[in-house]
Design a protein around this ligand. Structure first.
Ligand code: AMP
Length: 451
């Protein structure tokens, strides 16, 4: 029961209004400590209820004795626009019986309109680091009176090259009394460094271990001969599986567009989301998916971050994600709040070793599935090592038969930086991939699965 927490009655009223009955594990663990004012480092995935875990204690703090001055008193930093928008909605839902006001600052929106909003000084500012920094540099933002800072999806912010921006913004909140950092994964040395810099004697709450993340979701692989064959398998799955809504993941923008084109030609009602889509397209895609007008979304990893759509019960990895963490994030789209989900990865000869690394990372073995109607000739390596990797398989050349995955990556690198709407991220830009995902070089050169 939420009444177990020492939350203001107006917040409990909002919680009741939203039909939240039982707190989720992350809420049970984090809310009391957050209310005490502790710095927290929380490992919990999207879908675990982590937003309420920090928003409720934040609102509770802000409901304390009113200050004479009007200041921005809390800041929430997030990696993507969608996530920021969803968080704003969550804040508005929980603060509906209070006078607390929140504002949103993300890239892709009108700078002057944002500056005007800032002049009204919201109590809570929610935003992505790049644009917040631009507003700061333009002199439109004063963070000196911020009491509470939340870094949400910190691991992903680092992946996206936001480390310096986040640190700079944290330094601007010099008088803060509390900092909470949330990440879906335990992260690597970059995250440890950030934790050392921004948190003070934090309590670490690890709510989900990686191997528990995909509970409630069946995980399968289907082998395929090449990308054209993958398309046939995909078509079969979309036509024959039972699902409410499906998301098809690709590693590149080019592949997302290609699959989208194929599905449209097959008369599926579908949308495509990737880093190059503008804000209107993204909103439309998400709204249609939520309303149910569209059942299928083709997306790259970054575009799908923080998506919280009810009834998303099938995830298809057209391309195997490049890291175990990305796999966890993708699969986290389905099987939410105890619902059943199905995650299917399409695996060619070139994907096998990556797939087996992800299995080892998750300490799970995916179900092997064959569909006789679209069965190909590749059924996995003839011999596998104890690690599950293929014996004697060399990396395939990018332009090998049918497998365009590598070729797409090459093209990506040759094409250079993606046009960006935000500035101040010179470090990340030269390495940004076509879909606006994390710096490509960094992602490709780090081991396929991180710690
Ligand atoms: P999050 O992990 O914060 O993105 O939350 C995932 C979804 O679960 C959101 O739609 C929340 O509104 C919902 N949610 C969070 N906590 C609860 C709860 N205790 N009971 C029911 N739904 C919840």
């Amino acid at each position: 029961m939420f009444s177990q927490f020492a939350l203001h009655e107006r917040l409990l009223k909002a919680v009741a209004e939203l039909n939240f009955v039982e707190p989720t594990p992350v809420q049970t663990a984090a809310i009391p400590l957050a209310l005490e004012g502790r710095d927290l480092r929380v490992t919990a995935q999207t879908g675990s209820g982590k937003t309420a875990a920090f928003v409720l204690p934040m609102l509770n703090r802000l409901m304390g004795p009113a200050k004479v001055r009007v200041d921005i008193r809390a800041v929430i930093l997030l990696p993507t626009r969608e996530l920021a928008q969803q968080t704003l909605k969550e804040v508005e839902r929980f603060s509906q019986f209070t006078f607390i006001k929140a504002g949103l600052i993300t890239g892709g929106e009108d700078f002057k309109v944002q500056a005007a909003m800032l002049r009204k000084v919201p109590d809570i500012l929610i935003g992505t680091p790049g644009r917040l920094l631009e507003q700061l540099n333009a002199g439109n933002l004063d963070l000196k009176h911020v009491e509470l800072l939340v870094l949400d999806e910190a691991d992903r912010m680092l992946d996206m090259g936001f480390a310096e921006d986040v640190e700079r913004l944290a330094n601007e909140c010099a008088n803060r009394q509390q900092t909470m950092l949330f990440s879906a994964t335990t992260g690597g040395s970059g995250l440890r460094e950030m934790i050392g810099k921004v948190l003070k004697d934090p309590q670490h709450l690890q709510v989900n271990s990686v191997s528990e993340l995909a509970e409630g979701t069946r995980q399968q692989i289907i082998t395929a001969d090449h990308n054209v064959h993958k398309e046939q398998v995909l078509h079969w799955l979309l036509a024959n599986e039972t699902y409410q809504k499906a998301i098809v993941f690709t590693n590149t923008r080019a592949m997302a567009d290609r699959i989208y084109g194929r599905l449209v030609a097959l008369e599926y009602k579908t949308f495509v989301l990737h880093g190059e889509k503008d804000q209107k397209d993204r909103k439309l895609a998400i709204d249609r998916l939520k309303q149910g007008g569209v059942k299928i979304l083709v997306a790259t990893d970054v575009a799908a971050r923080g998506l919280d759509v009810d009834g998303l019960d099938m995830v298809i990895n057209f391309d195997m994600p490049r890291t175990g963490d990305d796999y966890v994030h993708r699969i986290g789209r389905t099987g939410r709040a105890g619902a059943e989900g199905l995650a299917i990865s399409l695996i060619t000869h070139g994907d096998w070793n990556l797939m087996s690394s992800v299995e080892r990372y998750l300490k799970q073995k995916f179900e092997r599935r064959t569909i006789k109607e679209v069965k190909g000739s590749y059924t996995g390596p003839k011999k596998v090592k104890a690690s599950g990797k293929a014996v004697g398989v060399k990396k395939k050349k990018a332009d090998a038969k049918g497998d365009k995955k590598g070729a797409d990556k090459k093209k990506t690198a040759a094409k250079g930086p993606t046009k960006r709407k935000t500035v101040n991220r010179p470090k990340a830009d030269p390495l940004v991939s076509q879909d606006g995902m994390a710096p490509l070089k960094k992602r490709v050169t780090r081991p396929p699965v991180s710690e």
